[in-house]
Design a protein around this ligand. Structure first.
Ligand SMILES: [Zn+2]
Length: 139
């Protein structure tokens, strides 16, 4: 494990970073703690964004398809995730086995604002939604 992944996790936020009005503990926090599973690809996407925000690397790795999952994940300690916008989605519902979610994630990096625009692909793996891959651009 690298020095950067050993950094202390960020303090747990009260409202959920994913943008829904629920408290973190009742929203993505439940998925991070393994108390609930994402019913839709969009819910998984929100929970993964929140996991980036709270630096839950273990959740990011276990919600990643084993075929595309990196061996380890480094999160930039100088980057903080500020806001998530869901722009659209296809399929990814309770009765689907695949889906896509298009989003824009806003961040701050050393005083500079930026955003990441991605169209992510999700599939079910052993019944649970996981992240497969995505096409992204920084804009
Ligand atoms: Zn949430």
């Amino acid at each position: 494990m690298s020095r950067r992944t050993a950094a202390k996790p960020a303090a747990q936020p009260t409202t959920c970073p994913c943008g829904l009005s629920a408290a973190y503990a009742d929203c993505c926090g439940k998925l991070h703690r393994g108390l609930a599973q994402a019913a839709t690809a969009e819910q998984l996407m929100r929970s993964r964004y929140s996991a980036f925000a709270v630096r839950d690397i273990a959740y990011l790795l276990r919600s990643w398809h084993p075929d595309t999952r990196p061996a380890e994940l480094d999160l930039d300690p100088g980057l903080s995730w500020e806001r998530l916008e869901i722009l659209g989605s296809t399929e990814g519902g309770p009765f689907h086995t695949a889906g896509t979610v298009e989003f824009r994630a806003h961040f701050r990096e050393r005083g500079r604002s930026g955003s990441l625009h991605e169209n992510s692909r999700f599939v079910r793996h052993d019944g649970a939604w996981v992240y497969l891959d995505g096409d992204h651009s920084e804009d």
